[in-house]
Design a protein around this ligand. Sequence first.
Ligand code: GDP
Ligand code: MG
Length: 129
Amino acid sequence: MQGIRKEHLYKVLVIGDLGVGKTSIIRRYVHQTYSSNYRATIGVDFALKVLNWDSETVRLQLWDIAGQERFGNMTRVYYREAMGAFIVFDVTRPTTFEAVIKWKEDLDSKVMLKHKFNNKTAKLFPKHI
Ligand SMILES: Nc1nc2c(ncn2[C@@H]2O[C@H](COP(=O)(O)OP(=O)(O)O)[C@@H](O)[C@H]2O)c(=O)[nH]1
Ligand SMILES: [Mg+2]
């Protein structure tokens, strides 16, 4: 129908070691800005990227972790109902690349991809222990 836009909201996680550029990537993508002034994120930051495709609006809710990067062990609550995740590393620091496996394992241990064929979306659901 004309004038009615279909709306989608997706939660997307941005994870990876401290200082790899997660916040910078999100700021560049959402606000087209970059600053070399290092300011560590405190808690969890959210950024909303709105994409308009024809008659559909996609809202990407980007979850930017902070602090927990040192532990590389996120709470299940953080991962819940995300539909995707970016694992970021710094090409100049090999240890952050090796840590990608750790982050993926953490992700896999806490959530699983459950396809919902009826509405064509895939979301990450908590694993039961
Ligand atoms: N040289 C360079 N520095 C970057 C790049 N991306 C981020 N930085 C810098 O690296 C530092 C850490 O970035 P930040 O986005 O806070 O990382 P986060 O801790 O993963 O969120 C900051 O001082 C950024 O300015 C990049 O592509 N190249
Ligand atoms: Mg950050």
